[in-house]
Write a protein that binds this ligand. Structure first.
Ligand SMILES: [Zn+2]
Ligand SMILES: [Zn+2]
Length: 223
C-alpha cells in the first residue's frame, strides 16, 4: 500500500531535521535531495539565471508562475520567484518539494499540470508546515538539551533518595527480624515452622512488640 502523504511529509521532516521550518532550512533540504533552488524575477534576471532560463526555454513558465520544478536528464531545479515574501517562499518551496518527494514525474520537464498532483503537493506542504507534537517535543529537547538532562538526573537522584529513606523508615518500624502469624500471639524466627512459607505471616512491628501483646515462640526462640 502507498504511504499516506501525511506520513511522507513527517518522514521527510525527520530525515532532513526540519525542526523549525524556514526558507533556508527548506532550501537545504531541497539540496539534500539533489535539487538546486534558483530565484528569478519576472522581468529582469541576473545573467547566470537568464542564461539558464534561455537554455531551458522556460520563459513562459517564468512569466506565469510563482514557482515550479524543472526536471530532465541533466537538471533538477526548483525555481522560486524572488519577490515573494519569506512565508510565501516557504509555501511554494514546500509545495515543490512535495511534487518531488511524491514522485510526480510524468515525462514533462515542468511538474504541475495534473490537478490530483497539485492537490497532493498542497497536502504535503500542509503536513510539512504543520507543527506536530513530535516535532515540538524534539524542538524543545534540542533547545533545552542541557536543562532537560540535568532535570532528569536531579529527578532520579530525588527518587533514589526517597526510596532509600522509605526503606530505612520501613526497616526502623520493625522489631528485629521476627515474624508473626495471622492469629498467633508468638513471634518467630523467619524459618520457624509456624511462619515459614505462610503467605499470611508478617514482620513484627516495633509498635506491636512494645505493646507486650507478643511473646517469643518457645520452639524457635527458646531463650
Ligand atoms: Zn504544483
Ligand atoms: Zn517459632
Amino acid at each position: 500500500m502507498q504511504e499516506s502523504v501525511q506520513k511522507t511529509a513527517e518522514r521527510f521532516s525527520l530525515r532532513h531535521d526540519l525542526l523549525e521550518i524556514s526558507y533556508p532550512a527548506l532550501k537545504k533540504a531541497a539540496q539534500n535531495i539533489g535539487y538546486t533552488v534558483i530565484e528569478f524575477h519576472h522581468l529582469y534576471n541576473e545573467k547566470q539565471v537568464e542564461t539558464v532560463i534561455c537554455n531551458l526555454n522556460i520563459k513562459e513558465a517564468i512569466l506565469a508562475s510563482r514557482g515550479f520544478t524543472y526536471v530532465n536528464r541533466d537538471y533538477r531545479l526548483i525555481f522560486i520567484h524572488e519577490d515573494l515574501n519569506e512565508d510565501e517562499k516557504v509555501l511554494v518551496l514546500s509545495h515543490e518539494i512535495g511534487h518531488i518527494v511524491c514522485e510526480h514525474f510524468s515525462g514533462d520537464t515542468i511538474i504541475g499540470n495534473d490537478v490530483r498532483q497539485e492537490h497532493e503537493a498542497n497536502e504535503f506542504s500542509h503536513y510539512l508546515l504543520k507543527e506536530t507534537f513530535t516535532r515540538k517535543s524534539r524542538m524543545f529537547f534540542k533547545k533545552h538539551k542541557k536543562i532537560v538532562i540535568i532535570a532528569v538526573i536531579l529527578l532520579l537522584i530525588i527518587c533514589a533518595g526517597l526510596l532509600i529513606g522509605w526503606k530505612i523508615r520501613k526497616e526502623e518500624s520493625y522489631f528485629g527480624e521476627y515474624y508473626i502469624s495471622a492469629s498467633g500471639k508468638k513471634y518467630h524466627k523467619k524459618d520457624c515452622v509456624f511462619v515459614k512459607d505462610k503467605t499470611t505471616a508478617q514482620r513484627l512491628a516495633q509498635e506491636d512488640y512494645e505493646s507486650g501483646a507478643y511473646t517469643p515462640c518457645k520452639m524457635c526462640l527458646p531463650e
